[in-house]
Design a protein around this ligand. Structure first.
Ligand SMILES: C[S@@+](CC[C@H](N)C(=O)[O-])C[C@H]1O[C@@H](n2cnc3c(N)ncnc32)[C@H](O)[C@@H]1O
Length: 265
């Protein structure tokens, strides 16, 4: 039997910051996700399953965008408890604790099965996508939004020592797959779906947006660098240079977030 940490892959100490980060991410990525929700017909779907719902901030957007009922599932009890609180005012959402490797529903149960920022953290992605396909109706849609690919990160001016830490190393050390974005097509096609993949975020953020994101998520960045063995002095120097490049409006960051839309024949 898997433990909570096997699902969300964060220590107790990091859990609170992780919830904060998910909340910020949900806010910052709404402009990428909402067009996908419109495209797959979320508004008029009757039954939706959100797999790996985490703290439920993205589920909240899904619930607001549909007239249908939403089931949200996560393997972590602690995550599900947070989601219950965040979603307490959403009448059309029910939250379950359970593994996506064995979704507790029969075949052909949902119009849409969706997940966000999920496959990167899944131990057996092919088993999980096969399960998602099993429970979606014939003619229904499986949508995976926001699956990053750290190999496609572009950023300038660079800092080789620090960039290497954020270029997937931290994700791999935590048990995630930093190259999941490029694998989505293969996962979906092998699961028998008629598949279209794309990159959701084709807009380059302004330096003001990058700065605002960094300042909100600063604790996460500083802790990550500290845990990677950098001294306080090195972190301060890097932060000074990074913020300076943002204030000079010369910094450029691009980090591809893939999506896949699959139709069950
Ligand atoms: C990065 S979080 C994303 C949460 C949410 N979808 C969002 O975008 O805010 C990934 C979530 O997937 C859950 N998870 C990972 N593997 C799982 C599995 N096999 N079954 C169910 N949940 C899983 C974790 O517990 C975690 O809450």
């Amino acid at each position: 039997m898997k433990k909570d940490v096997d699902f969300h892959k964060r220590s107790d100490e990091d859990f609170k910051d992780f919830i904060k980060k998910l909340e910020l991410q949900a806010l910052e990525t709404a402009e990428e996700r909402i067009p996908l929700y419109l495209e797959v017909g979320l508004k008029d779907a009757d039954t939706i399953l959100d797999v790996g719902c985490g703290s439920g901030t993205v589920t909240k957007d899904i619930a607001r965008f549909t007239k249908g009922s939403v089931i949200a599932i996560d393997g972590s009890r602690n995550m599900a408890m947070v989601a219950k609180d965040i979603l307490k005012d959403c009448d059309n959402v029910q939250i379950l604790i359970g593994s996506a490797e064995k979704i507790p529903f029969g075949e052909n149960s949902f119009d849409i099965v969706t997940c966000n920022l999920f496959f990167m953290w899944v131990d057996n992605p092919q088993i999980v996508i096969n399960e998602m396909v099993r429970v979606v109706k014939n003619g229904g849609i499986v949508l995976a939004s926001l699956e990053p690919d750290y190999g496609g990160k572009i950023h300038w001016p660079e800092n080789q020592k620090i960039d290497e830490i954020f270029a997937g190393r931290v994700i791999r050390e935590r048990g995630g797959d930093p190259h999941i974005g490029r694998k989505l097509r293969s996962l979906f096609v092998r699961a028998g779906l008629e598949t279209r993949v794309g990159i959701g975020n084709n807009r380059i953020w302004s330096c003001e947006e990058d700065k605002s994101y960094y300042l909100h998520a600063r604790d996460f960045y500083v802790k990550t660098l500290f845990d990677a063995g950098l001294s306080e002095e090195e972190i301060d120097k890097w932060e000074y240079e990074y913020l300076k490049s943002l204030d000079e409006k010369i910094q450029l960051n691009f980090f591809p977030q893939f999506y896949a839309i699959g139709k069950k024949p």
